[in-house]
Design a protein. Structure first.
Length: 187
């Protein structure tokens, strides 16, 4: 099994996001070594390129190889809310909903670990939970599951960073994310 690494969170700065339809991933730059696909719009850091292959890392330190041609580049500087504060999105309600969803998930994990839930009941209880949060100093990327979008925040305002809805507003769904690090870390 490949070794998973967990670098310091401060080392993670998203350079790309996964396309809105998600994408397949591989343990190594070899089509014969697939792993679980990546979630749509997952923020990733492109660490290395090898032809069309891209070695990516996620905020939790897990890594995989992807078809680097399909990654969506993010701006060098994250978007800044240009709207007046009165019309900008206040981050506090969304952060409160992230805390609530995380507490619900933690509670389900505790019940599962304590034998109060079986695997199927755990899946049923957590099926609708979707949480995404990356905090890097004053910068924050947070997922809003009600609107199906990632937002960037500077502590005062949030602005849309990417969305997983089609132009018509239809939800395109998502795949589970579990990444495996390739053998041999890049230098």
């Amino acid at each position: 099994m490949p070794k998973l690494t967990h670098p310091r969170t401060a080392d993670f700065r998203p350079t790309h996001v996964v396309p809105p339809h998600g994408m397949p991933a591989w343990e190594a730059p070899d089509p014969a070594r697939p792993t679980v696909p990546l979630d749509p719009l997952l923020p990733v850091q492109l660490v290395e390129r090898l032809g069309d292959w891209g070695h990516i890392r996620c905020a939790n330190g897990w890594a995989a190889w992807v078809d680097g041609r399909h990654l969506v580049a993010v701006p060098q500087d994250p978007p800044v809310a240009d709207a007046a504060p009165a019309t900008a999105v206040d981050p506090r309600p969304l952060l409160a909903s992230v805390e609530e969803a995380l507490a619900d998930y933690r509670s389900a994990v505790e019940e599962l670990a304590g034998g109060g839930l079986d695997g199927e009941s755990f899946q049923d209880r957590t099926r609708e939970l979707r949480i995404g949060l990356v905090v890097d100093g004053e910068s924050m990327w947070v997922y809003d599951p009600e609107e199906g979008r990632w937002l960037y925040g500077d502590g005062r305002h949030l602005s849309t960073y990417a969305t997983d809805r089609t132009a018509a507003g239809e939800d395109i769904g998502h795949a589970p994310t579990r990444l495996a690090a390739p053998k041999g870390e890049p230098s």
